[in-house]
Design a protein around this ligand. Structure first.
Ligand SMILES: *Cc1c(COP(=O)(O)O)cnc(C)c1O
Length: 382
């Protein structure tokens, strides 16, 4: 605590988890039936809140009963989208151990988003510790199932109480928890995509590589246009050459024989318009470790894809993200033409293998180095 006190207010040394103030809820909500649960509709009994001011720095973190926030109507998050979020999960294994999957990667990404949003720096390890304590308090909310999990939503708002477009002098960081059932509860069905350059998700110099709320609010309109065309999600294209960037709110992978006839798993490089997914990174690390085919971060255009489909070189295409792990693509509507992506048995081979390996890592303890590196154990749980 003494080194913390020595730091000036507003520096990255806080929030200090050791100062956590815990106020337990007097009531407990009933746990939902996970089978028909709609993503993100049910929340646990508690939440974590931490306030920051430019004068006082980070205040004590609070774990308190889940409830509404009270915000100044001029609050900069509301007017200028000075806002960001994260998405991560806690998993329970067969031995009742609960784990977070690579939480420091979420913290690093959150810190990058915060910098871009002119929100204050925070101590990443201390925030993981606060989140760990929150999950511990609501441990009963981590589903006892290997296909369900507890979704964790850290959120960071500028709460500047004035209308000036400027760096907020106040901020609120909070974390809520939502139990989620299996993403594929109704069976894994390949998704259909609408590929069009009419709407752009992200651009160079923009905020597409940060998990900032404005990116998502602005994408909803295109999502409904995709639905009008009979497609489930948008395949986001970029540039005159129609580069393939992301699928809905997932990163995109193409497994194919490339132009040189090499078997290759490809995904677009992190050049500023791609959200650096933790699932994406994990898939790259895992497949590079396998060493069974070429793994490449490279540009892919619709012309590349169409040509490869014509020549029968495409094996699989899938999206990746925390919610689903992997989600196979079955069809792309592009320039009035339906492109059919090979999709044996609804869940193709590589996507299935990645799904199994990654969920095994998330739900089960392994002694292999790459696995232990993935895991942060929350026990002892008392
Ligand atoms: C969150 C997100 C992803 C996936 O990131 P994960 O860390 O794997 O969950 C991909 N694309 C977008 C646009 C996202 O917001």
């Amino acid at each position: 605590a003494s080194c913390r006190a020595a730091s000036p207010p507003g520096t990255a040394t806080a929030p200090p988890a050791a100062d956590l103030v815990i106020e337990l809820s007097q009531t407990h909500k009933a746990k939902p039936d996970l089978t028909n649960l709609v993503f993100g509709t049910v929340f646990s009994d508690h939440m974590l809140t931490i306030e920051w001011t430019s004068n006082g720095g980070w205040q004590k973190p609070h774990i308190k009963p889940f409830g509404n926030l009270s915000l100044h109507p001029a609050c900069s998050a509301m007017h200028y989208a000075v806002q960001l979020f994260e998405g991560m999960k806690a998993y329970r294994d067969a031995d009742d151990k609960v784990r977070l999957f690579r939480p420091m990667l979420n913290m690093n990404r959150m810190a990058n988003s915060a910098e871009r949003a002119c929100l204050p720096a925070f101590d990443r390890a201390e925030l993981v510790e606060c989140i760990r304590r929150l999950v511990q308090v609501d441990l009963e909310w981590v589903p006892k199932s290997d296909s369900a999990s507890l979704y964790i939503r850290p959120t960071f708002l500028g709460t500047e109480p004035s209308l000036g477009v400027k760096k907020p002098s106040r901020a609120l960081l909070y974390v809520i928890l939502s139990p989620v059932g299996s993403y594929f509860s109704t069976g894994a069905k390949p998704v259909s995509l609408w590929a069009d350059s009419k709407y752009i998700r992200a651009w160079r110099g923009g905020t597409g590589d940060c998990k900032m709320g404005g990116n998502y609010g602005a994408s909803i309109y295109a999502q409904y246009e995709a639905a009008d065309y009979g497609c489930q999600q948008v395949l986001w294209l970029y540039g005159d050459d129609h580069q393939i960037t992301e699928v809905g709110t997932m990163n995109m992978f193409l497994f194919w024989n490339n132009e040189n006839g090499e078997e290759e798993l490809a995904t677009p490089p992190l050049d500023g318009i791609i959200l650096p997914g933790i699932t994406r990174q994990s898939i790259l690390e895992l497949t590079r470790k396998w060493g069974e085919f070429k793994v490449c971060e490279r540009y892919l255009t619709m012309a590349d894809l169409r040509c490869a489909l014509k020549e029968g070189r495409v094996k699989e295409m899938f999206g990746s993200g925390t919610a689903c792990v992997v989600s196979p693509v079955g069809r792309i509507l592009y320039q009035g033409e339906n492109l059919h992506i090979p999709c044996q048995d609804d869940f193709p081979q590589l996507a299935s293998r990645l799904m199994k390996e990654l969920t095994d890592i998330q739900h089960t303890d392994y002694s292999i180095e790459i696995h232990t590196r993935f895991i942060s154990i929350l026990s002892p749980l008392c």
